[in-house]
Ligand binder design. Structure first.
Ligand SMILES: [Zn+2]
Length: 381
């Protein structure tokens, strides 16, 4: 079941509450059912969601209440939708403001924060530098003048971090999301997955040993203590002795989402069990793959002969680069040649597509072939 954009409800219905001191206009953070930040709305809209039973209070605003003739209601600061809202991910537009926002209004050369920030082409335009996310950074006027028409190397300047495109934004517009991440009231409520998205350090975890993995046409498992085990279709890379992947394949990172969502400390249990990982059917080398950031993947879940879920994604949507992920994995950590590193997914099956015994999961890619697996309910202990 899904409800579309249920935060867009009209504001009628709270007019009974007189708006003392602009209380009704205070911002409220709306979280999706999975705690992902979805929107920032005025109190009056959040109250409608609460009164209609479409959202629950996660955090009231300290000491604030709305008084009407017969009722006193706490003013919300954070609310959470009762039903998962599906919406297409917000598009990230490239402009001066979004570059400054991405870089947190900080000069990417000297760390200066304050007025007078501009946008700098890392490789100057007339030297072939592009106007894109990878080549534009926030820059103070002093650094801009010092750098002139040179590359950072020529000018003896170092970028604080490598600029990249924030490829996908969960639901909220970029400006609103940054505002939510900065608001100390909301900081601990914003989703851990959103925060890791904007951090330099990626999420990396151990997934499986060979006995827990399934070959093509093998069985993938549902834990006996999970009610929402999902398929996570991903592109995986084979790690060589450097940071560039040596080969590519399809991977199904089967995960017990309910266990993971219950508590992030349960992540290993949600990820590691019998049949938690399938990969194949072939390895395609770095030389054969073409553009590794243009690999298309489609995933289908088939139940009783009917396709109950289909979703597509491309490595073009990846937030991180393969070499960055491998570099992080290898940092002070010996990784044997041939290790499979599987990347994140852009395909999120809804709760209706929770895996069931007998389902067939197909992953298909023009570059990487087709991986088919059968779903098996694992027996209770
Ligand atoms: Zn500067």
């Amino acid at each position: 079941m899904s409800e579309r954009a249920s935060d867009g409800t009209h504001s009628k219905g709270v007019t009974a509450f007189p708006d003392h001191g602009g209380l009704l206009s205070r911002p409220v953070l709306v979280l999706n059912r999975n705690f992902e930040p979805l929107n920032v709305v005025p109190v009056r809209r959040a109250m409608v969601l609460l009164l209609k039973g479409k959202a629950e209070m996660i955090k009231p605003a300290d000491g604030l209440a709305l008084h009407a003739a017969r009722q006193t209601l706490p003013v919300p600061s954070v609310v959470r939708l009762m039903i998962y809202a599906h919406r297409p991910p917000a598009k990230v537009r490239l402009n001066r403001r979004s570059i400054l926002l991405r870089d947190d209004y900080t000069c990417q050369y000297c760390g200066y924060q304050g007025p007078g920030l501009t946008v700098d082409h890392v490789i100057p335009r007339d030297r072939g530098g592009k106007t894109d996310w990878d080549n534009l950074v926030a820059c103070c006027t002093r650094c801009n003048a010092k750098k002139g028409n040179r590359t950072p190397e020529e000018a003896g300047m170092t970028l604080r971090k490598r600029p990249r495109k924030p490829a996908y934004l969960p639901y909220m517009g970029y400006a609103k999301l940054m505002q939510a991440l900065r608001n100390p009231d909301w900081h601990d409520q914003t989703d851990i997955y959103t925060r890791v998205y904007f951090s330099d350090r990626p999420e990396l975890f151990f997934k499986a040993t060979l006995p827990r993995c399934s070959p093509p046409f093998g069985e993938i498992g549902i834990r006996s203590d999970s009610t929402f085990t999902a398929t996570e279709p991903e592109v995986a890379v084979v790690v060589g002795d450097g940071n560039e992947p040596i080969a590519f394949t399809l991977c199904n990172d089967v995960s017990a989402w309910d266990i993971e969502r219950e508590n992030p400390l349960y992540l290993p249990q949600s990820k590691i069990f019998l049949g938690c990982c399938a990969f194949g059917p072939m390895l395609v080398t770095r030389e054969q793959i073409g553009d590794p950031y243009a690999i298309e993947v489609t995933c289908r879940i088939i139940r009783n002969g009917t396709v109950i879920f289909e979703g597509s994604a491309s490595t073009a949507q990846m937030n991180r680069r393969f070499d960055d992920l491998i570099a992080f994995l290898r940092r002070n950590n010996p990784i044997p040649v041939g290790t499979l590193l599987t990347t994140g997914t852009g395909i999120m099956p809804p709760p209706e597509a929770a895996l069931r015994e007998g389902d067939i999961v197909e992953m298909e890619s023009p570059q990487l072939g087709k991986l088919v697996n059968f779903v098996r309910q694992l027996p209770p202990p």
